[in-house]
Design a protein around this ligand. Structure first.
Ligand SMILES: [Fe+2]
Length: 453
């Protein structure tokens, strides 16, 4: 293993943390915000408070900070950014600790994603930490365990099935629970309705999951806890493992661990699938199709962050009868942070929205025709995770808006850009001018006011 790259590159430039919490009202806008957009755009990411040691810093370990913009009546009513007050950070800030208890006493500030679920606003992270509940205005309330129904920790990446009205996640909490992960379903009453213990060896990092109408997909891929690194203390403990055989598990949604169909997967690492669906073939077989962004390797030479190889958009076709996965690379372009129309979770999707990591363009790939279109945000401007918001009265997957935070790599203030889904390459519908930089971060959500999401 090569320990060559310091964590400094994850603390500088467009990734440099901001030092202030800002509240701004009535933001200036170029263009016109669609009046149908009423709610909040929120995004989480690491933003370490105070100084950190770049020799040991890992991008995934910075204190979480939420950036948010609230839209209503065609206006951007506010922007605010707030640290997520985990117990450790609250202490460093000299503040009262958050309410509730985090799983196994972790004091971490969830830094990876933020979702809405049935009136809750939740900051999330994987690896042994409970969800953190926030107010509408992004102030920290406290850790939650879904009214005592969550038996372990939670995950950063959930999948909400809008038909079944179930929130799914695959959760792990090494080393406290070293020998298994848990597939968890949360209902619309904010209580866990099903937990499936899935025995696994080697403590693999399972960052995300996929869902079809039949199955929950479990990605058992070769990034695992490195015991030597874990013993060294506060370092990020995961590393590439050549010995760990990659596989993906198909867990029937109403089944148990014994029912999982494990299929041999390509040797790679996947942080983020786009979406998955069941496919009935003309021969009468049932397969699973999943689109995803896959890296050849991960945490092998760079132990401070994820960018040592290029994530490519790929389609996996999983055959449960032969327990095999066939892989088609859809594009050689470096891209990640995939999203899709939220109405088609677990069902056939047409479009994958991604961020191109070299140019910062916002891309839409038509998975049926292969057409790739992208919006170039301009020189020195980088678009993060794109979020598709469907127009309410339409069922077309292109009919809506794409909301994306665009950073100025030269340290200028960020913009929240709204693209017309029917005209991705065209001039933005609106550019909302934020009062400060938004450091490169991870994942967010559009949370409509009128919705239970
Ligand atoms: Fe992620």
């Amino acid at each position: 293993m090569v320990h060559s790259v310091e964590g400094r590159k994850y603390l500088e430039g467009s990734r440099a943390p901001v030092t202030e919490e800002v509240t701004a009202h009535n933001l200036s806008v170029t263009g016109q915000i669609p009046e149908e957009l009423e709610g909040r755009w929120l995004r989480n990411g690491p933003n370490p408070y105070g100084s950190v040691d770049p020799k040991t810093y890992h991008w995934f370990l910075g204190d979480g900070m939420i950036h948010g913009v609230r839209l209503r009546d065609g206006k951007a009513e506010w922007y605010r950014n707030r640290w997520v007050r985990g117990t450790d950070l609250a202490k460093r800030l000299g503040e009262e600790p958050p309410e509730g208890k985090c799983f196994r006493g972790s004091g971490f500030s969830p830094n990876t994603s933020v979702i809405g679920h049935n009136g809750l606003t939740l900051a999330l992270v994987e690896a042994g930490v409970s969800p953190m509940s926030l107010t509408y205005d992004l102030e920290t309330i406290g850790y939650t365990n879904f009214e005592g129904t969550l038996p372990g920790a939670f995950t950063a990446h959930t999948k909400f099935d809008p038909i079944a009205e179930e929130l799914h996640g695959v959760c792990y909490a090494y080393p406290d629970i070293p020998d298994r992960v848990q597939h968890v379903i949360v209902g619309m009453d904010n209580r866990v309705t099903k937990v499936t213990d899935v025995p696994l060896e080697g403590m693999p990092m399972i960052h995300d999951m996929s869902l079809t109408e039949k199955y929950a997909l479990i990605y058992d891929l070769p990034v695992c806890v490195d015991i030597e690194m874990a013993m060294a203390g506060k370092r990020f403990p995961f590393a590439w493992s050549d010995e760990h055989e990659p596989r993906v598990g198909l867990l029937p949604r109403d089944g148990e661990a014994k029912d999982i169909i494990w299929c041999e997967a390509p040797k790679c690492y996947v942080f983020h699938p786009v979406n998955a669906f069941d496919l009935e073939t003309s021969e009468g077989n049932s397969k699973v199709v999943v689109d995803l962004c896959r890296f050849d390797r991960m945490f092998h030479s760079d132990l401070h962050g994820p960018y040592e190889s290029i994530p490519k958009l790929a389609r996996w076709t999983i055959d449960p009868s032969t327990r095999t996965v066939s892989e088609e690379i859809v594009s050689e372009q470096s891209q990640d942070f995939p999203t899709h129309d939220p109405r088609v979770v677990a069902r056939k999707h047409r479009y994958a929205y991604t961020s191109w990591l070299d140019s910062g363009s916002t891309c839409r790939t038509d998975m049926e025709t292969g057409e790739i279109i992208h919006h170039d945000h301009g020189e020195g401007r980088f678009g993060g995770e794109p979020l598709f918001v469907p127009r309410e009265e339409s069922s077309d997957e292109e009919d809506g808006w794409v909301i994306v935070c665009v950073n100025d790599v030269n340290q200028g203030p960020a913009e929240l850009v709204i693209l017309d889904g029917n005209d991705i390459t065209g001039k933005p519908v609106a550019r909302i001018h934020l009062p400060q930089r938004v450091p490169d971060g991870f994942h967010g959500s559009w949370i409509p006011d009128c919705s239970t999401l």
